[in-house]
Design a protein around this ligand. Structure first.
Ligand SMILES: C[S@@+](CC[C@H](N)C(=O)[O-])C[C@H]1O[C@@H](n2cnc3c(N)ncnc32)[C@H](O)[C@@H]1O
Length: 408
C-alpha cells in the first residue's frame, strides 16, 4: 500500500508546521505563505512554520523565548493550559494582556500580512480595532499601523498592547515595587487625575499599564466571584512577566518593532487622508451578536464614559426588531466600507473577517450583503476562506475571511 501523507505533499520534507496548526484554513494559509514568501522571509516572518529547510523560524523561537510557563505560574490550571495550548496562535507577545471578546487569532493576522506582501514601510489600518490585534502583529513584523475604535476602553487596550512591545524596562521595575499601594490609589481616586502627564510620557505609560491590569481584574473578579484585592497582585504580576519576557525575546531575536497610532474614533468618519493606507484588515461587529458596550460596561463607567453617548455611533446597536436592526446595521456598514475605500490606496488589499449569526438574523447572510455593499464602493471581491468557530456551533458555525482589492 502506498500513501504520501498530506503535509509531505504540500511542503518539502525539511519544513515543519508549529504545533496546533490543524485546521483546513490554517493549512491553506500556510501553503499560501509557502508559495508567496522566499525561504529567508519564511524564516524571518512566517506565521505557521516551525522549521524551514531545517532552520527554526523567528516566530517559533520568539514564542518559546517568552516563557509562558513562568508568566502563568500563578494562574489556575485551566488558564495555564489555555494559554500554553495557544502558544503560537494567541498567547504570545502582548496579545494575552487583556482577553478581549471576539478578538482575532494573532497568528492568522500575521499570515494575512505576509500573503498580502505587507512589509516595513507600509501602513496597515484596522478601523474597528477592538484590542488592536492587527496593530500588534504589524508592529511585530516592523510594519507601522493605525488602529481605530469607538470605545475608549479599546483605545487604552491598544495603547498598552502596542507600546509594551517597546518599553523602557525601568517602568516595569517601578510597577513591580508596590502593587498594594497602586491598588489602593486605583480604588480611591478617579482615573483622569493620573493623566495630567503628557500623552507619551513614560509616567503615563506606567499608569496605563496598571490601569489596564486593574480593569482586567474587575472583569476577572466578577467572573470568578473573587475579590479585586485578592486578584489584582496576581494579574499585575502576570502583566509584568508577559511584558518582561517579551522584551527578553525581542532583544535576543533583535526584532525591529513598528510604530502604532491608536486613535479613539469612528469608522463612519475616519480622520485619515484619502489614498494613504496600504492595506486594511478588520472585523466589524457581526450585526448585533455582541453588545460591545454592555460587555465592557464596568470598565467604561470606571473610565468615566456614558454608554448612551457611544451607543448611537456603535455599529450593530441600534434599532428595534430584527429587520430594523439589520437595516441600520447595513446602512452603517455601507458608510464604513465607503470610508475604507476612500482612505486606502488603489490596488490595496482590504480584508474583512465576519461571521454570520443566521439564527439571530432570521437567516440573513451577512457575508453576501457585505460583498454586495463593497461592490458598490469599487472594491473587487476576490474570494473567501472559511474559518470554523469552535464552541459556538449553536449560534455561529464559521467566520469568513473576505478578500477584496480597492479598484478605484
Ligand atoms: C469584532 S470587534 C473587533 C475585534 C478585533 N478584531 C480584535 O482583534 O480585538 C468589533 C469592534 O468594532 C468596534 N466598533 C463598532 N462600531 C464602531 C464604529 N462606528 N467605529 C469604530 N469602531 C467601532 C467595537 O467597539 C468592537 O471593538
Amino acid at each position: 500500500m502506498k500513501h504520501t501523507p498530506l503535509l509531505n505533499r504540500l511542503f518539502n520534507k525539511d519544513f515543519r508546521l508549529v504545533d496546533g496548526t490543524d485546521e483546513i484554513f490554517e493549512l491553506d494559509l500556510a501553503l499560501w505563505e509557502y508559495e508567496t514568501l522566499s525561504k529567508k522571509e519564511l524564516v524571518d516572518r512566517s506565521a505557521y512554520f516551525q522549521l524551514v529547510d531545517g532552520k527554526e523560524t523567528a516566530h517559533f523561537r520568539t514564542c518559546n523565548l517568552q516563557n509562558l510557563e513562568d508568566v502563568h505560574k500563578n494562574s489556575s490550571f485551566r488558564t495555564k493550559v489555555f494559554f500554553l495550548s495557544g502558544k503560537y496562535s494567541t498567547g504570545y507577545a502582548t496579545h494575552g494582556l487583556f482577553p478581549y471578546r471576539g478578538k482575532f487569532h494573532p497568528q492568522l493576522i500575521r499570515a494575512l500580512l505576509n500573503i498580502q506582501r505587507i512589509k516595513p514601510g507600509h501602513i496597515v489600518l484596522d478601523p474597528m480595532a477592538g484590542s488592536s490585534t492587527v496593530a500588534v502583529e504589524a508592529n511585530l513584523l516592523g510594519i507601522d499601523a493605525i488602529s481605530i475604535d469607538l470605545s475608549p476602553f479599546c483605545e487604552l487596550m491598544g495603547k498598552v498592547k502596542t507600546f509594551a512591545l517597546d518599553l523602557d524596562p525601568m517602568i516595569l521595575e517601578s510597577i513591580a515595587i508596590k502593587p498594594q499601594e497602586i491598588l489602593e490609589k486605583l480604588k480611591k481616586e478617579k482615573v483622569p487625575k493620573y493623566f495630567t502627564n503628557d500623552e507619551n510620557s513614560e509616567k503615563r505609560k506606567y499608569y496605563e499599564i496598571v490601569l489596564l491590569a486593574f480593569l482586567d481584574t474587575m472583569g476577572f473578579a466578577d467572573r470568578s466571584k473573587s475579590s479585586i484585592d485578592m486578584l489584582f497582585p496576581r494579574v499585575l504580576e502576570r502583566y509584568i512577566a508577559t511584558i518582561k519576557h517579551f522584551q527578553t525575546a525581542k532583544k535576543e531575536m533583535d526584532l525591529d518593532i513598528g510604530q502604532s497610532k491608536i486613535i479613539k474614533g469612528s469608522v463612519l468618519e475616519l480622520s485619515i487622508d484619502d489614498d494613504s493606507v496600504d492595506a486594511i484588515i478588520t472585523s466589524p461587529p457581526y450585526s448585533f451578536a455582541i453588545d460591545y458596550l454592555k460587555n465592557d460596561q464596568p470598565q467604561l463607567e470606571y473610565l468615566g464614559h456614558s454608554l448612551d453617548d457611544l451607543r448611537t455611533e456603535m455599529i450593530g446597536l441600534q434599532g428595534r426588531g430584527v429587520s430594523n436592526k439589520l437595516e441600520i446595521y447595513f446602512s452603517k456598514m455601507e458608510q464604513a466600507i465607503k470610508e475604507m475605500g476612500r482612505v486606502s490606496k488603489k490596488g490595496a488589499p482590504i480584508i474583512i473577517i465576519i461571521g454570520t449569526n443566521d439564527i439571530q438574523t432570521d437567516g440573513v447572510n451577512l457575508q453576501k450583503n457585505i460583498i454586495e455593499l463593497a461592490k458598490n464602493q469599487e472594491l473587487k471581491f476576490d474570494f473567501e476562506i472559511l474559518k470554523p468557530i469552535r464552541g459556538l456551533q449553536n449560534t455561529m458555525k464559521s467566520e469568513s475571511i473576505l478578500f477584496f482589492t480597492n479598484k478605484k
